[in-house]
Design a protein around this ligand. Structure first.
Ligand SMILES: *Cc1c(COP(=O)(O)O)cnc(C)c1O
Length: 366
């Protein structure tokens, strides 16, 4: 069986080092917001060339806290992709702002800057680009629009750690940005964790205070915060895994290149399109196929698992029925939800396995 995802190398490979880091925290008798968190925050900032990182409990919390830092609320509109993981939308709902979905570019699957500009109104406060599947959005165009209309940018960088646009890391463009260390992400914890990244000192201070009950000094509360601290144990684990992120990102790219090479001449499918300005870090390798259900079944019969990211776009989820969207409102997102198929891709997947997957896909179409 070739699984869709595996932690064999991504996590288990570092067993000894990770268990040592857990033991270190265990022995330190300091379990919340200690040295591991501080080290992780500065290491992640250095690696991704951003001034500040603030660790929080999850990627969703990071998105919510980013919007809170910008004082986004019920009278504001937030522009967000029509095709994204539901968390991006949920963050906007959490602060009570209005969700303004914008369709993606059909090639990159990423939010289309031209459509962003058309969706701007007097109430627009934030643009929330999502670097879907590991490819950066067109951040030059998006930052230019934000500047022109005086809007904030909050990047959802959950899927694109170490991805770049024109050489600059995702998560370092926007005013205040969010990422996730959910176990399957390119940098994954062994549990829940996320972070905010920002070049603005005041947003860093807000995030640090807000995640900790609105307090910087014990029993002195200056704002109404929450408890969304990154776990000291997870920070220790992430400190180990961060050292291998570049190496594993390169491995992801090599696997993707192998898929591309094997599949590029197969006319019945589309391999991922990558903008020349983007360095794609392949959180996911997503092809387009009009025979998705049959192909999934055929691959499963051949012991190959695949994934769908995502089968139902947010506007058609029951959770968002109150917004009154219906089928046909966002045709590109809806079409993507029907034709996208994610192939196995993770550190440790061998070229032989990639070749086997490709061979079976070709067999399906013969
Ligand atoms: C994973 C993910 C999130 C949420 O991260 P969690 O840590 O699971 O809360 C948000 N946005 C996108 C695009 C994601 O892929």
């Amino acid at each position: 069986m070739i699984p869709f995802n595996s932690f064999k190398k991504h996590t288990l490979f570092h067993k000894k080092e990770i268990l040592d880091s857990i033991e270190k925290v265990f022995d330190s008798q300091w379990y919340v917001l200690g040295n591991e968190v501080e080290n992780f925050e500065s290491s992640y900032s250095n690696l991704t060339k951003v001034k500040n990182t603030v660790g929080v409990a999850s990627g969703l919390d990071a998105l919510v806290i980013a919007l809170k830092a910008l004082n986004v609320g019920p009278s504001d509109e937030v522009i967000v992709p029509s095709n994204t993981y539901i968390a991006t939308w949920l963050a906007i709902s959490a602060v009570g702002a209005k969700i303004i979905p914008v369709e993606p570019d059909i090639n990159t699957f990423n939010i289309c800057p031209i459509s962003i500009e058309k969706a701007i109104t007097k109430k627009t406060k934030v643009i929330m680009p999502v670097h879907l599947y590991g490819q950066s959005c067109d951040m030059d165009a998006i930052m230019k629009i934000a500047k022109k209309y005086n809007l904030f940018v909050v990047e959802d960088n959950a899927q694109s750690q170490l991805g770049t646009w024109n050489g600059k890391y995702t998560g370092s463009f926007g005013d205040i940005n969010a990422t996730s260390f959910y176990p399957t992400k390119n940098l994954g914890a062994i549990g829940e964790a996320g972070a905010i990244t920002t070049n603005t000192e005041s947003y860093k201070i807000f995030a640090k205070t807000y995640r900790n009950y609105g307090s910087n000094e014990k029993y002195v509360n200056i704002i109404k915060g929450v408890n969304s601290r990154i776990d000291e144990l997870q920070a220790g684990i992430l400190n180990v895994k961060l050292k291998y992120l570049k190496e594993f990102t390169n491995e992801r790219k090599e696997i993707a290149a192998r898929y591309n090479n094997n599949l590029k001449d197969l006319r019945e499918i589309n391999i991922p399109y990558v903008s020349p300005e983007a360095d794609h870090v392949y959180h996911l390798y997503v092809i387009k196929t009009s025979k998705r259900e049959e192909l999934i079944k055929f691959l499963l019969e051949n012991n190959i698992q695949t994934g769908i990211h995502y089968p139902i776009p947010p506007h058609l989820q029951k959770a968002y029925s109150e917004l009154g969207f219906k089928k046909g409102d966002f045709p590109i997102a809806e079409n993507m939800s029907k034709i996208c198929l994610s192939l196995p891709l993770y550190p440790g997947l061998t070229f032989e396995e990639v070749d086997l997957v490709c061979d079976r896909i070709k067999k399906f179409y013969r």
